[in-house]
Design a protein. Structure first.
Length: 320
């Protein structure tokens, strides 16, 4: 975590870089290019962010996050210009992934072309990423949240909720969801329940699984606090989902736009209500398979997620 100040950016703030990287003959990053969970800009998650926030270590991360989303959207590139001028950064391998988290494209980006090339790669990545293929939902059920699925726990790019202090929700964000619930926190998150507040309702067991140490460290360092306010919780999944349906502003069951996803990373397959299935049949990019069935709950009233999503991270974990 040791870093060293290498200069000052155009905002008058110090620019930090990893001491080990500064001592190296050359530095190359291996960076996924993808939409960021906190802001929209020319440079989001990618090589620029890796140079500034990643190689800036805790000092660099805190330096930019203390300005909120403006420190990421506007100041990050200014710090990167200092890094390009002052360090032995050589370039980066840009990785673009498809909706199944498979490598879709590789591109070597030289340091001298970085600021010109990365915005186009970001646009391409946005087109490739998995999305919920509906503009509006009354209810979305997210089986698991977690840092292994998104840095935000629940990926705002997938659920259409940025939920950032003093920043309006973008009208272009989709889908528009009235009521969202999350049921479990992945064990790979080690108790870091970041993003739980993006949902409206949750379970008692999810809240009990949160470890306050990493939870507070992550959110206080990132300085995005709304997303981790604790939702209303209930003892069982059935109660959570029943309350979501009851409060979703659509009292006519036949019109209910209801969907279940295992998490916000694996969205190639989802379960939907009849109203959404009917809409999906008119979309040539979607396939509707199988017969309708009741939502499966076990004897304790909890959703049998592995039955709905047998190929998900959760299901594969349970088989080990």
């Amino acid at each position: 975590m040791e870093s060293q100040q290498i200069g000052t950016n155009s905002w008058g703030d110090p620019v930090w870089w990893d001491r080990n990287a500064l001592a190296a003959d050359g530095v190359v990053t291996v960076s996924r290019i993808k939409p960021h969970t906190d802001f929209r800009g020319q440079y989001e998650s990618g090589i620029v962010k890796m140079c500034v926030i990643g190689l800036g270590k805790r000092e660099g991360a805190s330096q930019h996050h203390r300005w909120g989303w403006k420190g990421l959207k506007d100041m990050m590139v200014e710090s990167c210009k200092v890094i390009l001028d002052k360090t032995r950064f050589l370039g980066g391998l840009a990785i673009l992934e498809n909706a199944n988290e498979e490598t879709a494209e590789l591109r070597v980006v030289d340091r001298d072309e970085l600021l010109d090339v990365e915005p186009g790669l970001l646009a391409r990545s946005r087109d490739l990423m998995g999305k919920i293929p509906f503009d509006e939902l009354n209810v979305l059920v997210v089986g698991e949240i977690g840092k292994n699925y998104s840095g935000a726990g629940i990926d705002p790019n997938v659920v259409g909720r940025l939920l950032i202090e003093a920043a309006p929700e973008l009208e272009t964000n989709r889908p528009k969801i009235v009521r969202m619930c999350c049921l479990d926190l992945s064990p790979e998150s080690h108790g870091n329940g970041t993003g739980v507040g993006i949902a409206d309702l949750t379970t008692d067991r999810l809240l009990k699984s949160i470890d306050q140490a990493p939870f507070r460290m992550n959110n206080l360092t990132a300085r995005f606090l709304w997303r981790s306010k604790l939702p209303i919780a209930f003892p069982t999944d059935r109660e959570v989902i029943e309350q979501a349906v009851d409060t979703c502003w659509q009292p006519i069951a036949e019109r209910l736009k209801f969907a279940i996803i295992p998490n916000t990373l694996e969205v190639a397959e989802l379960w939907v209500s009849k109203a959404l299935a009917d809409a999906a049949r008119s979309n040539p990019n979607l396939a509707v398979g199988g017969e309708g069935r009741p939502v499966p709950f076990d004897a304790a009233g909890n959703l049998e997620q592995e039955k709905l999503f047998p190929h998900s991270v959760r299901a594969r974990r349970q088989k080990k």
